[in-house]
Write a protein that binds this ligand. Structure first.
Ligand code: BES
Ligand code: ZN
Length: 749
């Protein structure tokens, strides 16, 4: 279920590699989550991870973590920042609210949260514009510039219906019912024209004035008036405000509420979440992996893309990584005052001691990480245009998820510059239509931003869940990779040879997972959380296991694969041994394996137990051995069980040709008359002196009447000799069913 969903999601991710494909409804996995997560709260309305398939082996940690990243969660954070809070101009309460939202989410993930106030910064004069009777396009919280020449309402506000009065330069521009209303007029870039408009509106009884750009998609303008207006708020809006208000007015009456405030030399706000490394709870030694984004926005912009999007991605990375015990310190920075000149990030890096700076692995800055603006691509931009560790790690993460669209070039203009300036490897990750210069290390490129950039229209419409997902996979994937321990596993044969192409699996307490296959050098690099792991390496059909390996930082380990068979030493029976029927003989053998150790050592009968001697003939005895690596060895010997033979005839005897010669012997009892091997006895003519054969052996049953009987504890074979054999010698050959042969020679008269 999950796997097909996953595959689908992955495919969808890859379709955006070269730009935004069709805007697909981005599936969340909330239905599958079932609230069974062990992790902390996901935050309001956030989706939790879907259950992982348990039947197959788990994937490596890089893949597992990337599969958990869900941009739907990022979108919810962005919505909270850009819509619920709205514009977050540096030094305003909204910047602080943004910091507190981020801090609250991070606390819920177990981060230690610090709010840093820095500054003071320049005085801000802003208007908050809301409506009680309309859904304002772009979000319920509009921000405009408050003219310092007019009234600041402070905690109070002015509320009323809105009328539109064009440029406000003549009486004809004003509707009949202007009195008591909020008057919207087109903003003029000429100060005298603006002043006239405001004076005319005030003269007709306006309770507040909005001067908004009629065209140009501009940000709200700040302005002063030659005629001060201490009795009413006068505010500046962008083109979007002008258009939106007029569109709303076309549908019916519109009520707006305007609150203007002057924040005099306010403090700026940063929020820093720290998740300490397992072995370094006071944060003094562990490597630091940092992710940053800026909280603040330019005046009037909800900043969904710039840069709520960066925080949305940071928080989703924080959520997923908080599920793993880590040996790296994870820091999430939300910086204020970026738009004022990287002020918050500069204030933050100032607090870092030299020792602390030296602990930084890098800082991944995310600013504008997912606009649907088609020409935008994902860039890793550094102040000097050169790649660095942070950039390289993002490339590696991109390669892991099959994203080929990442590019590196030169630009400052965001908080990564502050980290770069103090020697911390950093990069800006940004979806931007960036046009690189001929040589990235020589100069900045140029760029075209999406039309909503730094505008009131930088709303949720300027957010692409698909591109956020790419950013999560690439930048989040790089951060996760660095937050885990880098572990190198070397696979060696017992002869010390590197074993290439050996699959490596690890169980770090939560199930067996594939962590990869060794390369040509016999090494595999993987990442693991803080854990105790059992490793399994398979080479040439043989498995080696290294148990209880403590992973508490970057490390290397070697796993030796036992490719040598166990040895078997078999002392009883030995090959060709002959035992008398019923003899008591104990089997004796042992198996040895100096590497993985003997797993099984099994003989035809157990070591020390009696061999089978109750039946005559040839018997096989086998010992099979295996070691714990799965190598097998076997050894088989043959032994013979014979009757206790006693002959009651001499080696040479005399007889008369044609007479019957009794051949008497005993076999230790009566074993029936079937004791003679088929075809036997035989007799063969031989020379009387040397006993050399002079003709073929022939069966004694031919010419016949020879006969075996048993009586008185003896066997008696009556051998009928042939008359024609007179004056010859013949060898009598008796072969028994125990495999033994017995001979006597007779000299016939
Ligand atoms: N999000 C932008 C970063 C950016 C960089 C946007 C390049 C487009 C192109 C950032 O918030 C911003 O606006 N930065 C300022 C510079 C800063 C030092 C005040 C800018 O690019 O004007
Ligand atoms: Zn920005």
């Amino acid at each position: 279920m999950r796997s097909s969903l996953e595959r689908h999601r992955r495919l969808r991710r890859l379709t955006v590699a070269g730009g935004l494909a069709v805007a697909l409804a981005f599936g969340t996995m909330s239905a599958a989550a079932g609230g069974a997560q062990a992790q902390g709260p996901s935050g309001p309305g956030l989706t939790a991870d879907a259950p992982v398939v348990t039947s197959a082996l788990l994937p490596d940690y890089d893949s597992e973590i990337v599969a958990k990243f869900d941009s739907a969660n990022s979108v919810e954070h962005i919505r909270h920042l850009a819509v619920d809070i709205g514009p977050r101009l540096n030094g305003t309460p909204q910047e602080r609210e943004g910091a507190e939202y981020i801090g609250g989410i991070l606390k819920s993930y177990g981060f230690e949260v610090t709010y840093q106030e820095w500054g003071p910064v320049s005085t801000k004069q802003v208007a908050k514009v809301t409506s009680s009777n309309a859904d304002l396009p772009g979000g319920p919280n509009w921000q405009m510039a408050a003219s310092a020449s007019a009234k600041f309402t402070g905690n109070g506000s002015v509320e009323g219906q809105v009328v539109y009065a064009k440029t406000g330069q003549s009486a004809a521009d004003f509707p009949e019912d202007t009195k008591g209303k909020i008057v919207l007029m087109d903003y003029s870039t000429t100060a005298t024209v603006r002043n006239t408009a405001v004076v005319n509106a005030v003269g007709r009884g306006a309770i507040a004035v909005i001067l908004a750009y009629a065209t140009g998609n501009s940000a709200p303008p700040s302005f002063t008036l030659t005629t001060p207006q201490p009795g009413l708020p006068v505010v500046g809006g962008g083109t979007a405000h002008n258009t939106w208000i007029r569109d709303l007015l076309a549908k019916g009456p519109l009520t707006l509420k305007i609150a203007t405030n002057e924040y005099v030399t306010p403090m700026g706000n940063n929020v820093i979440g720290i998740r300490h490394a397992v072995g370094d709870p006071t944060g003094t030694t562990a490597p630091i992996v940092m992710v940053g984004a800026h909280i603040d926005t330019v005046l009037g912009a909800p900043g969904a893309h710039d840069d709520a999007s960066g925080n949305g991605v940071s928080l989703e990375v924080a959520r997923v990584l908080s599920q793993y015990p880590l040996d790296k310190e994870l820091r999430i920075g939300g910086f204020g005052g970026e738009e004022g000149g990287l002020l918050g990030a500069k204030a933050y890096v100032k607090t870092l001691t030299d020792v602390e700076k030296a602990r930084f692995v890098g800082e991944w800055q995310m600013d504008m990480v997912g606009t649907p603006y088609e020409p935008a691509r994902l860039w890793a931009l550094t102040p000097n245009g050169q790649s660095n560790y942070v950039v390289q790690e993002a490339y590696n993460a991109a390669a892991r998820v099959g994203f080929e669209g990442l590019r590196n070039c030169r630009l400052g203009q965001s908080d990564h510059q502050a980290f770069y300036d103090v020697g911390i490897p950093s990069s800006l990750f940004i979806w931007l239509d960036y046009r690189p210069p001929a040589v990235c290390s020589s100069s900045n490129g140029s760029y075209v931003t999406e039309p909503q950039y730094h505008r009131p229209t930088d709303t949720m419409d300027n957010i692409s869940p698909e591109r956020l997902q790419v950013t999560l996979d690439v930048v989040g994937g790089a951060v996760a990779h660095n937050a885990l321990n880098a572990v190198t596993v070397s696979a060696l044969s017992d002869a010390g040879k590197p074993l290439a192409g050996a699959p490596v699996q690890a169980d770090c307490g939560n199930g067996l997972r594939n962590v990869g296959t060794t390369g040509a050098d016999g090494r595999l690099k993987t990442v693991l959380p803080h854990a105790t792991c059992d490793f399994t390496v398979t080479a040439e059909g043989t498995v080696a296991t290294e148990r209880g390996v403590s992973i508490s930082g970057d490390r290397a380990l070697a796993v030796t694969v036992d490719l040598t068979k166990p040895t078997i030493s078999l002392t009883a029976p030995t090959d060709g041994a002959v035992y008398t029927l019923g003899a008591a003989v104990a089997a004796s053998y042992r198996c040895q394996d100096n590497l993985s150790g003997v797993a099984t050592c099994t003989g035809t009968v157990p070591d020390g137990k009696p061999l089978a001697t109750s039946t005559v003939g040839f018997h096989k005895f086998t010992v099979d051995a295996t070691d714990h690596a799965g190598n097998a060895a076997g050894q088989t010997v043959t032994y013979q069980v014979v009757y206790p033979w006693h002959a009651y005839f001499p080696e040479a005897l005399d007889g008369k040709a044609g007479s019957a010669v009794p051949i008497k012997f005993s076999l230790g009892g009566d074993h029936g008359t079937g004791v003679i091997a088929p075809g036997y006895p035989m007799s063969q003519p031989v020379t009387c002196d040397a006993g050399k054969p002079t003709g073929p052996a022939e069966s004694t049953s031919n010419p016949g009447n020879s006969k075996l009987s048993y009586g008185g504890g003896q066997y008696n074979y009556v051998w009928k000799t042939d008359k024609s054999w007179s004056n010859t010698c013949r060898q009598f050959q008796l072969k028994l069913d125990d495999g033994s042969s017995h001979f006597t020679t007779i000299k016939l008269k």
